[in-house]
Design a protein around this ligand. Structure first.
Ligand SMILES: *[C@@H]1O[C@H](CO)[C@@H](O)[C@H](O)[C@H]1NC(C)=O
Ligand SMILES: *[C@@H]1O[C@H](CO)[C@@H](O)[C@H](O)[C@H]1NC(C)=O
Length: 127
């Protein structure tokens, strides 16, 4: 009962969101990350270049570009970059100074968010 009520109350909201998309909807683009690859080791506070396949990128991309860091099952609200051009296919970033571990991923938005393969971030301080 409660579930049905919730769903039906959301429908008008969803329709309103579509109506607000405007008269000329832009293209959605969700490119796959090509670097880092599985097993890449990045070092905190060093420069690296995140890359994705921008082949076939539409001229007008509607979705806002956003790069986030994910650890394990958590996509923390850790925004590494935003507002960059998804059509360029790469972005230079400084690897954040986070706990050294082997279960990091980048999430590129994109549309719904593309996850990179899992990679390692090492401390910049020798063990
Ligand atoms: C990039 O995407 C295009 C279009 O989907 C595909 O044809 C091409 O093989 C991809 N290239 C790489 C390096 O993944
Ligand atoms: C991209 O957007 C511009 C400005 O709104 C528009 O003039 C142009 O026709 C659009 N191009 C495509 C391919 O949709």
């Amino acid at each position: 009962m409660r579930f049905a009520t919730t769903i039906s109350s959301l429908v008008p909201l969803a329709l309103a969101a579509i109506a607000f998309a405007g008269p000329t909807p832009l293209d959605v683009f969700s490119p796959p990350i090509t670097f880092p690859t599985a097993g890449t080791v990045l070092v905190s506070k060093t420069q690296t270049t995140i890359a994705w396949n921008a082949t076939g990128a539409p001229v007008n991309i509607s979705n806002k570009a956003l790069l986030m860091l994910r650890k394990g099952d958590l996509t923390a609200p850790f925004i590494l970059a935003e507002g960059f051009d998804l059509r360029t296919g790469s972005l230079d970033i400084t690897v954040p100074n986070v706990l050294a571990d082997t279960d990091y991923e980048f999430v590129l938005f994109g549309d719904s968010g593309n996850f990179s393969p899992t990679f390692t971030i090492q401390s910049d301080v020798p063990a």
